[in-house]
Design a binder for this molecule. Structure first.
Ligand SMILES: *[C@@H]1O[C@H](CO)[C@@H](O)[C@H](O)[C@H]1NC(C)=O
Ligand SMILES: *[C@@H]1O[C@H](CO)[C@@H](O)[C@H](O)[C@H]1NC(C)=O
Ligand SMILES: *[C@@H]1O[C@H](CO)[C@@H](O)[C@H](O)[C@H]1NC(C)=O
Length: 387
């Protein structure tokens, strides 16, 4: 208890000091600024800052993101990110005063400010789950051996280079590191939908959530005390899903948005079970902050009011893709000779079949940053009452 008081007092002093610093980015971001010294991230293409080219090449799978217009908007060249510019994780790192999180497979240098284990196409469940059930992949090597558990193994292999003794790891991974677990789930469901109906895929959700929950417990065992766990996107609005499951029957679609109802309901189900599971984990680990990051609602907001965000009215059209109703075509990828890219990605929400453009990610990141900062303020409130 006494130690707690000291920690709170030091934290309060630190926050007072941090908030009086003129260098902070903006008032609403000042709490998060400098609070963390590193970010560790697990996930798929929504978080992958450059592992994809390495992981895909290792499996002799062609990489379509290492060519223009990927990377054109911000980095000026392809980086392995599946978008035109920065990802949600990049905006969060910037706002928290940290460097872009280096991809663990591609970066040759220090990981003391963080490491990103996310790989495009990664599933929650191990690859064998899908291979054993003969899920038709295209190409059939998918999913690659990059599941959540494999990413955790990569983290565990790296850990001894980050901290030594139990106490040192507790301080490094606990006090100063922010962990992102996800988004996970979208690839499990999209792959499964190649074989099973939406109703059948729904029965997979509890197993996916249990796997995410077990990963969180494993990270807490390693010393993590600040975790952010994103939910899934509304897949029923993703142009690739809309193309794959094009249906002439109007009741299949939400009349307001043009999204497929059943696929969005699958995502809502996942997010509901995920939040239930996070509540259980919070109760079990009172000293640990676990933030749910809503990926679903901000995307729906942008689809419902595209003009508010500067997007064209036909918001389900992708910026870069092949011929088709949504400018998406499964056999013509962005960057292929038969594909077309929009003039200005900032007027599109979708960059390619499922991935958002920079302004889309920026808006989602704003919401996550608020959630992360509110959790930090809530902890301060707890400190004050203890004092
Ligand atoms: C990594 O960096 C070191 C020192 O900068 C260099 O000697 C080494 O060749 C690099 N390795 C790779 C695989 O790029
Ligand atoms: C998958 O990757 C993990 C971690 O790198 C490794 O231990 C395992 O042997 C790999 N499995 C296969 C089937 O390659
Ligand atoms: C997708 O592209 C292929 C090859 O260009 C074309 O034959 C096909 O008609 C396109 N599909 C749609 C729905 O336009």
């Amino acid at each position: 208890m006494k130690q707690h008081l000291w920690q709170c007092a030091v934290l309060l002093l630190f926050l007072l000091f941090a908030q009086s610093e003129p260098a902070v980015l903006s008032a609403s971001h000042s709490v998060g600024h400098r609070r963390y010294g590193s970010i560790f991230s697990f996930g798929d293409s929504f978080a992958d800052t450059g592992n994809k080219p390495i992981a895909f090449a290792a499996n002799s799978v062609p990489v379509t993101v290492m060519r223009r217009p990927y990377g054109d908007t911000f980095f000026g060249h392809p980086t392995g990110r599946t978008t035109d510019g920065r990802l949600i994780l990049d905006f969060l790192a910037e706002n928290l005063g940290l460097p872009f999180v280096p991809p663990s497979l591609a970066h040759n240098g220090s990981f003391h400010r963080g490491a990103n284990f996310a790989v495009a196409g990664a599933t929650t469940l191990d690859a064998d789950f899908f291979h054993d059930r003969n899920i038709p992949g295209a190409p059939s090597k998918f999913p690659l051996n990059t599941s959540l558990n494999v990413q955790l193994e990569w983290f565990e292999k790296l850990k001894p280079s980050l901290c030594g003794s139990t106490q040192e790891c507790k301080e490094f991974l606990g006090g100063r590191s922010l962990f992102f677990v996800g988004e996970f789930g979208v690839n499990d469901y999209h792959l499964s939908l190649k074989k099973w109906s939406v109703e059948q895929v729904r029965s997979l959700v509890p197993l996916v959530i249990e796997t995410i929950s077990a990963a969180i417990e494993r990270l807490i065992k390693h010393g993590a005390t600040s975790l952010v766990v994103p939910g899934v996107i509304p897949s029923g609005c993703s142009p690739s899903i809309l193309t794959m499951f094009a249906d002439a029957r109007p009741p299949k679609y939400d009349p307001k948005t043009g999204c497929l109802r059943a696929h969005n309901e699958l995502g809502i189900h996942h997010n509901t079970l995920l939040q239930d599971s996070l509540r259980g984990l919070r109760a079990k680990h009172p000293g640990v902050t676990i933030v749910y990051a809503d990926f679903f609602s901000p995307v729906m907001e942008m689809i419902e009011s595209p003009h508010k965000f500067g997007f064209r009215q036909d918001v389900l059209q992708v910026c870069c893709g092949g011929p088709g109703r949504y400018n998406y075509n499964d056999s013509v990828s962005c960057g292929d000779p038969g594909a077309t890219a929009c003039e200005s990605p900032s007027s599109s929400l979708y960059f390619d079949g499922v991935h958002l453009t920079e302004p889309g990610y920026r808006y989602v990141a704003d919401g996550w940053l608020n959630s992360i900062n509110s959790a930090a303020s809530a902890n301060r409130g707890w400190c004050r009452s203890e004092l």
